[in-house]
Design a protein around this ligand. Structure first.
Ligand code: IPE
Ligand code: IPE
Ligand code: MG
Length: 224
């Protein structure tokens, strides 16, 4: 049985879900947050230590302003509503990506990280304004600045994910088989599960099925 420490998820399909329900894309985003809550609870139950959620990519700025505004207001409400409970549950919140949002959101994110920084039951890495290529470029710049040698170790140590193990599992919902600039370095040996379901329809049974399938996989890491 494979141990499982880190699950990464590309939560895709909210917009299509809203449209399929004859509502708006934003309605889908709102519904998607309910899945986020369910998956966090299930991750706690399964004793998973790291959960990395792709919430907004560096490319998502191309979307209409109104959708972007809605997404960030949802995030603000979500944090305000949940952060105390996360803290009680010993969840640590960490943002990966460049924190370049409104003053209000930047402050809220920083405060949430600070409040939960000592927790160790589950670390949620929220990928926000995250792009893997920009993360790697940033790592190289830091390495240069520190005068270090370039190696796999120094690169890994200067990514946003420096202190956490690489994902064991990547899940992408939404019936789309691509990585969309997510954790390109860290996913080198992850087990990848592309799911047909749209994110708001994804549930704890789907999550458990993936975890159980993952446990049975023979992970070679190049060996036989
Ligand atoms: C959610 O799904 C991902 C986010 C960027 C928040 P989408 O908004 O990409 O939904 P689809 O893929 O258009 O259905
Ligand atoms: C990836 O989904 C980003 C997030 C889930 C936040 P997208 O819907 O933005 O990906 P593409 O553009 O279809 O590849
Ligand atoms: Mg999408």
């Amino acid at each position: 049985m494979n141990p499982i420490k880190h699950v990464a998820i590309i939560m895709d399909g909210n917009g299509r879900w809203g449209i399929n329900k004859k509502r708006s894309r934003n309605f889908g985003h709102k519904q998607g947050l309910k899945t986020v809550e369910k998956i966090i609870i299930e991750s706690l139950k399964k004793n998973i230590k790291f959960l990395t959620l792709f919430a907004f990519s560096t490319e998502n700025w191309k979307r209409p302003k109104s959708e972007i505004k809605f997404l960030f207001s949802l995030l603000e409400d979500f944090l305000v509503k949940n952060i105390k409970d996360f803290n009680k549950k010993k969840i640590k919140l960490s943002v990966i990506g460049k924190k370049k949002f409104s003053k209000k959101l930047n402050k809220l994110l920083k405060e949430s990280e600070k409040l939960t920084s000592k927790n160790n039951k589950l670390q949620i890495n929220l990928a926000l304004n995250y792009g893997s290529k920009s993360e790697i470029v940033n790592a190289f710049m830091v390495i240069k600045k520190k005068g270090l040698k370039i190696s796999e170790k120094t690169i890994s140590r200067n990514l946003y994910t420096s202190d956490i193990p690489d994902p064991d599992i990547l899940i992408r919902t939404g019936n789309t088989n691509r990585l969309s600039n997510f954790l390109l370095w860290q996913l080198a040996y992850s087990e990848i599960f592309f799911e047909k379901k749209l994110w708001p329809d994804f549930n704890k049974n789907d999550y458990n099925r993936i975890i159980n399938n993952y446990k049975k996989i023979k992970r070679n890491f190049g060996n036989i």
